[in-house]
Design a protein around this ligand. Structure first.
Ligand code: SF4
Ligand code: SF4
Length: 221
């Protein structure tokens, strides 16, 4: 091998398309069903969806949810119905993002964003309370100083809930069985595996119901 032939390897790579990204300054969009940091949702009129039933806490395999329900004050109810989630906490030192809490929730109150870029320097920050989890007046996740949001990570917070709503029953695919969300309204269902392909599309597949991230990156700022 000549003195300069080793550079051929380097030069042959210089003009090829770059496969690696400038993470975390640029992030690739994540699949809509991705299980990230949770949010507590509100109805379109601003009322909270959580009724404090504790089903999410009961089903959580990591025992990281703590909920306490309370009677709605008649003069200023927090949620429709009798009760609301008075205390709601998730300990992210334990959460494994399995989303069983999302599937168990009867009111679609607890769902997940696509954000996993959050870490803590103390245990208190790792325990998210209602103050951090409840969506804001635009239906968006409340950003915390230790979270890296670049935009888009809270666009599809209920995708996993909607994906599992048919409970494996093809007859219920493409059927809206959920309520509207503050800032987003009533979301459309996924096309589903049993749906006929739209004109110009190929046969439906599992991959079609779970969008893969494309190569387009979201830039910081
Ligand atoms: S995602 Fe799983 S581990 Fe995390 S809070 Fe929900 S049920 Fe518990
Ligand atoms: S988030 Fe859902 S399952 Fe959990 S307490 Fe509230 S209403 Fe019940």
């Amino acid at each position: 091998m000549g003195r300069w032939s080793g550079f051929n390897v380097t030069l042959s790579q210089v003009f090829k398309k770059k496969l690696t990204g400038d993470y975390p300054k640029h992030k690739r969009p994540k699949p809509e069903r991705f299980h990230g940091r949770h949010v507590l949702n509100r109805y379109e009129d601003g009322m909270e969806k959580c009724i404090g039933c504790e089903l999410c806490a009961g089903v959580c395999p990591a025992k990281c949810i703590y909920v306490r329900g309370s009677d709605n004050p008649p003069e200023s109810p927090v949620s429709p119905g009798e009760r609301y989630g008075f205390v709601y906490e998730i300990n992210y030192l334990r959460c494994i993002h399995c989303d069983l809490c999302v599937e168990a929730c009867p009111t679609e109150a607890i769902t997940e964003t696509k954000l996993f870029e959050f870490s803590f320097s103390n245990r208190n920050d790792a325990i998210y309370t209602k103050r951090e989890l409840l969506v804001d007046d635009n239906g968006r996740a409340q950003r915390q100083p230790w979270e890296l949001w670049l935009g888009g990570e809270d666009d599809h917070t209920s995708a996993w809930m909607r994906a599992t709503a048919p409970s494996g029953q093809v007859a219920f695919e493409n059927t809206v069985a959920w309520s509207g969300e503050l800032g987003f309204g009533v979301r459309a269902p996924e096309r589903g595996q049993g749906a006929a392909p739209a004109s110009g599309e190929g046969a439906p597949s599992r991959a079609s119901a779970s969008a893969e991230p494309d190569d387009e990156e979201v830039a910081l700022g």
